[in-house]
Design a protein around this ligand. Structure first.
Ligand code: HEC
Length: 176
């Protein structure tokens, strides 16, 4: 092949590789990604019956669909909050909220964080009665298991810390 023709071929190949969408890349390209693991920022914990959390002792089974999610969240309302809303707890809650929740739920919890604004189902306004009237255990459940679009934090925020966040939502965001 003459040099210009060879160069043209290479240029063409580069162009074609550039426009192939990632999803239709060569089949073995995605092998590392396509494994039965929970992906970061996945909404809801997906587990089978025998799975256990990597830490703590969360025992509420994973809901299989939205109906079950609602029932499981209501049932979790019976959980007692073991962490008193002391100033220390509220301080912990604030810094955890700022790391994990603020990007979506916003500074004041109104669902207007920079990432939240991009969501089609907007993040819940945490100052609304709908959230504020929920028993602590229900909010704890949402943090642990995630919701419909919201990611879950069962494995990334320890149990006590999740209760600190609940306290912050109820005793600080809810009071504004
Ligand atoms: C990636 C964006 C995102 C992050 C981060 C996020 N949320 Fe959400 N959250 C949502 C969205 C969207 C909804 C409403 C839709 C749904 O229920 O999934 C929601 C709903 C909620 C609800 C209401 C659930 C209900 O219907 O009772 C609570 C409570 C909540 N979030 C708390 C939190 C807390 C606490 C954190 C931090 C630990 C957090 N969220 C982090 C997006 C997010």
């Amino acid at each position: 092949m003459k040099r210009p023709a060879a160069l043209l071929c290479i240029a063409g190949l580069v162009l074609v590789m550039g426009v192939i969408p990632r999803s239709s890349a060569l089949p073995w390209d995605e092998d590392m990604r396509n494994q039965p693991s929970v992906k970061p920022q996945e909404s809801q914990v997906r587990t089978n019956a025998s799975s256990v959390p990597t830490r703590d002792k969360e025992t509420i089974p994973t809901p299989a669909n939205i109906g079950e999610l609602v029932v499981a969240r209501l049932t979790a309302g019976e959980l007692q909050n073991p962490v008193r809303a002391t100033p220390e707890s509220l301080n912990m809650g604030r810094s955890l909220y700022e790391v994990h929740c603020r990007t979506c739920h916003g500074d004041q919890g109104r669902g207007d964080g920079p990432v939240g604004l991009k969501f089609v189902v907007a993040p819940m306004d945490l100052t609304m009665d709908y959230v504020q009237f929920q028993p602590d255990g229900q909010i704890f459940f949402t943090i642990s298991h995630g919701s419909i679009a919201m990611p879950f934090y069962r494995d990334s925020i320890p149990e006590d810390d999740r209760w600190h966040v609940v306290n912050y939502i109820k005793h600080v965001l809810g009071q504004k």
